[in-house]
Write a protein that binds this ligand. Structure first.
Ligand SMILES: Nc1nc2c(c(=O)[nH]1)N[C@H]1C(S)=C(S)[C@@H](COP(=O)(O)O)O[C@H]1N2
Ligand SMILES: [Mo]
Length: 526
């Protein structure tokens, strides 16, 4: 193998040094609680800077897998810049060093802009990462024969280094360079992986251990068999907490300390209010099943779930605060700076019960679903209503404020559209001829579902059997028995809501107001 050319060698030195810097910062973030991960901070900045035109991209960015992809992309981009720094470093350490310093600065600013991150610890981490990266780069550039080896000077104020051009070109020692780069890279991978593991451990997604909810003043009766259809593998009416979809802009699950947390009611109210967690729990609690959907859910997608929420009546809190005339919008702010906004009129309409939720399936909210408190407003997509890690409810006007996703181009109003989904058979399934149960879900919170129809190969619509709806705010299961005949078939579904309106047939969205069109699957029957 021929020795790598000088540029490749210098780039390698830069990449290894960049990896060491990133690994050092991840390790520090993992070992010292409260220290922000700089990779995550930069990823968050990328999310925050999404231009309005990128709304479709943004919407797809928030699945769990996409979050990992964003972290990986940040690391790869950083390593690419570090490679460039290494190449510049051939002509002396100065410029390369400045790029590393700039890097550290950008990472610090990114963390500084994050409401949940500690600025001093972010600064410390940026300094540590930059120093580790620079020291590594210096050593490898020297081993690579580009600069003079670093010398430890007893006299810090000693003579300045002569200009690189005046230096005799040092020899490069291929073996030493390879060994040392390999060693650094190995150490970086190990430290980075350990740091990341520890960082993730600091951000558990579940409910707090050893916390109980008070018994609600109003409880709902247990579900009866009539409310569920029985078919093998049918999607349950109530999604377990661990399987409930998660969508938010956070790369790490925020960990809110309920003992210092406060909820404020502010803005156009006669009496601004503040609640601590115990004060909130001391209000009368009630339970209700509500189906929550994400506006970026595609037709047939699973960014939708139904669960039993426990919480405080939002209207009771609003009444206590005294909503002023003209306060047409309710804004929900999160500890992380995220905002939603929905019409006050929607919340005041007695046909629905918006809530400040504290529990999910009778346990405190899991951290990833908004512990200690979040908003749940029946009938509205999450992005306009369901603030997790809620810190403030502000009364304002619709004109005065556009919430997070509205500023990024999504619709100001976000009623959940009537929708339906085929869960079985799966798209592409191979089936035996004979009776086949087609099943799935349909929803129109909070108008309720009147009818679900299925058709095969564009034939007549056939009415499916429905589970008994828990409430208008919840989805229903549906099932239809079909006599499958050999061949390839297309199965479609459509729902009619409680007002008699059939779901929109034209495929569209999800941006800006939700996906439309009928879900369909293709099956082959033999
Ligand atoms: N603080 C905060 N709350 C948030 C979001 C967010 O990004 N940050 N995303 C919203 C969106 S878009 C949806 S669809 C719901 C999803 O709630 P879930 O993750 O509990 O399913 O939370 C909403 N609340
Ligand atoms: Mo969403």
């Amino acid at each position: 193998m021929p020795p790598p050319g000088p540029a490749a060698r210098a780039a390698a030195a830069g990449i290894v040094a960049g990896a060491v810097g990133i690994a050092a910062s991840e390790l520090l973030a993992g070992v010292v609680p409260g220290t922000p991960s700089l990779v995550v901070a930069v990823g968050s900045l990328v999310i925050a800077l999404q231009p309005p035109g990128a709304k479709d991209l943004v919407a797809t960015l928030f699945g769990t897998g996409d979050k990992t992809a964003l972290n990986v992309a940040v690391v790869l981009a950083a390593l690419a810049v570090a490679a460039g720094a290494g190449i510049l470093g051939r002509r002396g350490f100065g410029r390369a060093g400045r790029i590393f310093a700039a890097f550290g600065f950008v990472a610090f600013v990114a963390a500084f802009l994050e409401p949940l991150d500690s600025a001093p610890l972010a600064a410390l981490n940026a300094v540590v990462a930059t120093a580790a990266g620079m020291a590594t780069l210096r050593i490898l550039l020297a081993d690579g024969g580009f600069i003079r080896p670093p010398v430890l000077r007893a006299d810090a104020a000693g003579p300045r280094e002569p200009a690189p051009a005046a230096l005799p070109m040092p020899d490069w020692n291929r073996r030493r360079f390879l060994l040392r780069s390999g060693g650094f890279l190995g150490a970086a991978l190990a430290a980075g992986a350990l740091g990341r593991l520890l960082v993730d451990r600091q951000h558990p997604s579940g409910p707090p251990v050893s916390a109980d909810l008070p018994v609600p003043a109003e409880v709902v009766p247990p579900l009866t068999p009539a409310e569920s259809l029985s078919a093998p593998g049918i999607t349950p009416l109530v999604i377990p907490n661990g399987q409930f979809y998660r969508i938010d802009t956070e790369l790490l699950v925020p960990q809110v300390d309920a003992s210092t947390w406060q909820l404020q009611v502010t803005g156009m109210v006669d009496h601004p209010l503040t609640f601590t967690y115990p004060e909130l729990l001391a209000l009368p609690l009630f339970e209700q099943y509500v189906t929550l959907e994400c506006v970026s859910n595609v037709v047939g997608g699973n960014l939708i779930g139904n669960t039993l929420w426990t919480g405080v009546h939002l209207r009771q809190v609003l009444a206590e605060a005294g909503v002023q005339a003209g306060a047409t919008q309710i804004v929900g702010r999160s500890v992380d700076g995220f905002t939603v906004g929905f019409p006050t009129a929607w919340a005041l309409d007695p046909s629905r019960e918006p809530m400040i939720a504290v529990g999910m399936n009778r346990v405190p909210l899991p951290a990833e679903h908004g512990y200690p408190a979040r908003l749940i407003v029946p009938g509205l997509f999450g992005y306009v209503s369901a603030t997790k890690w809620l810190s403030e409810i502000e009364l304002t006007t619709l004109e005065a404020f556009d919430a997070y996703w509205v500023r990024l181009g999504w619709a100001k109003d976000g009623p959940i559209l009537t929708g339906s989904r085929i869960d079985h058979p799966a798209d592409g399934a191979g089936l035996a001829a004979g009776p086949v149960d087609i099943d799935g879900l349909a929803w129109a919170p909070d108008r309720g579902i009147q009818r679900v129809e299925v058709r095969v190969d564009g034939g007549p619509w056939q009415t499916a059997m429905l589970s008994r709806a828990i409430s208008k705010a919840t989805w229903v299961q549906w099932i239809l028995r079909w006599q499958a005949t050999p061949g390839t078939h297309t199965i479609e579904v459509r729902a009619t809501d409680g007002t008699g309106a059939v779901q929109t047939a034209t495929p569209g969205g999800p941006a800006p107001a939700g996906a439309t069109g009928y879900d369909q699957v293709q099956v082959t029957v033999a």
